[in-house]
Design a binder for this molecule. Structure first.
Ligand code: AMP
Length: 300
C-alpha cells in the first residue's frame, strides 16, 4: 500500500493510474475505521482496479462547539487495517495543505441542506461538499463509496455530483450495525456503560416506526410522537430531531406515501448520534425488507 500525504504527489499518482486506463475506486473517511468503513472498502476492492482511501478529519465540517479536537484518531491501527484489506493507496493530507491560510472557496448544495442535520449543524454540509470537491479533484475517482448511515450526506453528495456534472459514479452502501442495532460510528467510542446500552434505542425506535407503517399507520406526526416517546423513556437521551421526509427533496411529509426517509438524531449523554431507515410504504404490506436494520431484517 502506498501512503501519500502530499497533495501534489497524490495528483501525480492519480494521473499515472488514469493513463493506465484503470478504474479508480475511492472511499473518503475521517479514519478511526470500523466495519462500516470496511464494507465500503470491500465493495471498492471488488468493483475497481485501484482503491484509494482517504483519511482526513475535515475541520470545516465541524461546528465551533463540536468534537473536532477530540475526534478519535488512530493512524497506526487504520494503516494496518487498510493494508490487510488490499487498499492500494492511503491518502492522508495535512490540514495546513488542504486549507492554507488564504483558503476562501466553498461549495454549497442548497435546499437539501436546509433541514435535518443541516439545520442543527449549520455549515456542516458546506464543509463536507467543499472537502469532497477537493478530494475528487486530487484523486480523480471513477467510483466513490458512501454509507447510507449518513443519509442526508449521501443525498447532498449525489446532488452535487449531478449539478456539477462530475464524472463520478456514486455508490451508497447499507448501514453496518452492532449486534444490538446501533449504527457503527467512530463516535461510538465515546459511549460506555448505560450510555452505550441506550444508544441501541435509536435503531429500535426506527424499527418501531417501520412496524407502525407496516401495520398501516401513515400519519407522520403520530409516528414521530411514537419515536419520541420511545426514546425519551431513557433519561440519557435528548432528541435533536426526528424527521419523516420524502427521498427526493428531503422535505417533511405529513402522510407516509411511497419511499420515505425516517431519520433520527439524538444526544446520548453528550454524544450526538444519527440513524435512519428508508421505508417503502407501498411494499409495507408485502414481505418487505427494512434497509439495514437488525439482523434478520437486513438490507436487500
Ligand atoms: P466518516 O469517517 O464517519 O466520515 O465516514 C466515512 C464514510 O463511511 C461515509 O460515507 C459514511 O457514511 C460511511 N459510514 C460511516 N459509518 C457507517 C456505517 N455504520 N455503515 C456504513 N457506512 C458507514
Amino acid at each position: 500500500m502506498k501512503i501519500i500525504d502530499k497533495i501534489d504527489k497524490m495528483k501525480t499518482h492519480a494521473r499515472i493510474i488514469k493513463k493506465g486506463n484503470k478504474l479508480l475506486g475511492f472511499v473518503p473517511t475521517m479514519g478511526y475505521l470500523h466495519e462500516g468503513h470496511l464494507s465500503l472498502i470491500r465493495a471498492a476492492r471488488k468493483q475497481s482496479d485501484v482503491v484509494t482511501v482517504s483519511i482526513f478529519v475535515n475541520p470545516i465540517q465541524f461546528g465551533q462547539n463540536e468534537d473536532y479536537k477530540k475526534y478519535p484518531r488512530d493512524m497506526q491501527r487504520d494503516e494496518e487495517l487498510l493494508k490487510n484489506y488490499g487498499v492500494d493507496i492511503l491518502f492522508y493530507p495535512e490540514k495546513k495543505d488542504m486549507y492554507p491560510a488564504d483558503f476562501s472557496t466553498y461549495v454549497n448544495v442548497e435546499k437539501l441542506t436546509d433541514g435535518l442535520c443541516g439545520k442543527s449543524r449549520v455549515g456542516h454540509f458546506r464543509g463536507v461538499t467543499t472537502v469532497l470537491v477537493k478530494l475528487f479533484e486530487i484523486i480523480k475517482p471513477d467510483i466513490a463509496y458512501f454509507g447510507q448511515k449518513d443519509a442526508q450526506q449521501a443525498f447532498v453528495i449525489k446532488k452535487m455530483i449531478k449539478d456539477l456534472n462530475m464524472d463520478i459514479t456514486m455508490k451508497i452502501l447499507p448501514t453496518v450495525r452492532e449486534a444490538d442495532g446501533l449504527a457503527m460510528s467512530s463516535r461510538n467510542t465515546y459511549l460506555t456503560g448505560t450510555l452505550r446500552k441506550d444508544a441501541g434505542l435509536l435503531n429500535r425506535s426506527l424499527i418501531l416506526a417501520a412496524d407502525l407503517v407496516r401495520s398501516g399507520e401513515k400519519d407522520a406526526k403520530k409516528i414521530i410522537k411514537s419515536i419520541k416517546d420511545f426514546l425519551l423513556a431513557s433519561p440519557n437521551i435528548k432528541i435533536d430531531y426526528i424527521a419523516i421526509t420524502d427521498t427526493k427533496e428531503l422535505r417533511d411529509i405529513a402522510v407516509v406515501r411511497g419511499e420515505t426517509l425516517v431519520a433520527v438524531s439524538a444526544f446520548v449523554g453528550k454524544t450526538r448520534l444519527i440513524d435512519n431507515v428508508i421505508i417503502n410504504e407501498k411494499k409495507a404490506q408485502e414481505n418487505w425488507k427494512y434497509d439495514g436494520l437488525l439482523s434478520g431484517r437486513q438490507a436487500v
